[in-house]
Design a protein around this ligand. Structure first.
Ligand code: ZN
Length: 95
């Protein structure tokens, strides 16, 4: 019944006068929704970037780093051999 009343109102003279405003309002809502999604997406990207920075910080603290004992080159922790000189990498062994 409420929807019917709204439809009736929108087709009345007053409704026709107010229709552009409703359309405008709807457009504004839609645009702000899109902006909200974009902002959330940017925040998500920033969070991911911070996570990566944290990982790098952890690496420079001496965790999971494959630093070559031969030449000192900082290899990826997943490498078994130095990318610079080819020496076998020894993982951080805890005693
Ligand atoms: Zn090396």
């Amino acid at each position: 019944m409420l929807a019917m009343g709204a439809m009736k109102f929108l087709h009345s003279e007053a409704g026709k006068k107010i229709m552009p405003f409703i359309t405008l309002l709807f457009c504004i809502l839609l645009i702000s929704f899109v902006i909200w999604i974009v902002l959330n997406y940017i925040e998500y990207q920033n969070k991911n970037q911070k996570k990566e920075e944290n990982n790098e910080a952890q690496n420079s603290n001496g965790f999971n780093i494959g630093k070559c004992h031969n030449c000192g080159y900082e290899n990826n922790s997943t490498n078994n051999f130095c990318t610079n000189c080819g020496a076998k990498l020894t993982k951080n062994e805890l005693s």
